[in-house]
Ligand binder design. Structure first.
Ligand code: FES
Length: 321
């Protein structure tokens, strides 16, 4: 048996090895008992980015080792997304606070260009990093920005600076209709009718077709027809909800999910029942921290109430356009 030591490891001295071992220990501690499945790579990269504020080369190497992936696979995913800060050996990590200012059309028309310039000139880059961002879904209150996880409407230089200097970077969750209120108002009764067989998939598909409901993904595909086609395929069937639309106008997704999330969740559970999907993947923009917070809480509430089986709805976090 060839007991050759991999070249990179052999070239590292005792100090280098200690650094690598520490990185592996960091990654193991962060991942805890979470599965090491490759489809969780983005989620695991988020854990490292959230804890350390960036993705160092040694942490990415350790993650590759822990997940039994090649370093190239980890690197190409990490470097593809805007919210991951890949830091190579010898590079300086980003400042501890990041302010993202939207530069898409609504915000540009509202003066975001001048805002970015003035803000960049007014902060110490060692403390605060100013980054240009695509639409953050707050077009109606342009110019929009984000300080850490705190979303900001009608952003000004003074306001953003103040928040950054005072460490006001936590997510602010708006008031919304939670599970109890939604149920008091009649929520989840339709799902119960569907699950009891009172409303059959065929009847629902017919209603959708007669109603002319179409998807909003660009193709305008008829929803009823889609459900009927999916039901025609052999299982397993999986459902994906794309909450990562990012162009101006798609702020409607944020608006509805921040106010009445169970409408989307009940609709998803009804659709999953109709097409006999085994699991729902809810992929949500990382640009919407409040929505992510709400969905996490409300999916847990659905599981606790026995409305959704544990793990049936998997929330997956995007990582920036
Ligand atoms: S264009 Fe700036 S938030 Fe949409």
């Amino acid at each position: 048996m060839n007991a050759e030591v991999p070249r990179r490891r052999r070239d590292r001295g005792p100090k280098g090895r200690a650094v690598e071992d520490k990185a592996l220990a960091d990654v193991r501690e962060l991942l805890g008992s979470r599965p090491r499945r490759r489809d969780l790579l983005i989620e695991h990269l988020h854990l490292i980015q959230d804890r350390f504020g960036h993705l160092s080369a040694r942490h990415m190497r350790a993650l590759a080792e822990e997940m039994r992936l090649s370093q190239a696979e980890v690197y190409e995913v990490a470097s593809f997304y805007d919210h991951f800060d890949v830091v190579h050996e010898g590079q300086t990590p980003p400042a501890p606070i990041t302010i993202r200012v939207c530069e898409s059309i609504a915000c540009m028309l509202a003066g975001s260009e001048q805002l970015i310039e003035a803000l960049t000139a007014s902060v110490d880059p060692a403390d605060v990093r100013v980054v240009r961002a695509p639409c953050v879904g707050r077009c109606a209150t342009a110019p929009a920005a984000r300080v850490g996880d705190r979303e900001v409407d009608h952003a000004t230089v003074e306001g953003l600076r103040h928040m950054a200097l005072e460490g006001m970077t936590e997510v602010v969750v708006p008031d919304y209709i939670g599970l109890e209120t939604y149920q008091v108002r009649g929520g989840y009764r339709t799902l119960a009718r569907v699950r009891s067989g009172e409303l059959t998939p065929e009847a629902m598909i017919e209603t959708l077709q007669n109603g002319g409901l179409r998807g909003l993904g660009g193709a305008g595909f008829p929803t009823g027809r889609k459900w009927s086609i999916v039901r025609g395929f052999a299982g397993p069937r999986l459902m994906t909800i794309n909450g990562d639309e990012g162009e101006p106008g798609t702020f409607k997704d944020r608006w509805f999910l921040e106010r009445d999330p169970h409408r989307a969740l009940e609709g998803a559970l009804i659709a999953a029942h109709a097409v006999e999907a085994e699991r729902i993947y809810f992929y949500m923009r990382d640009e919407y921290p409040a929505v992510l917070h709400i969905l996490r809480a409300e999916i847990a509430a659905l599981e606790a109430a026995g409305i959704a089986p544990p793990g049936f709805i998997e929330l997956r976090r995007g990582a920036g356009a």
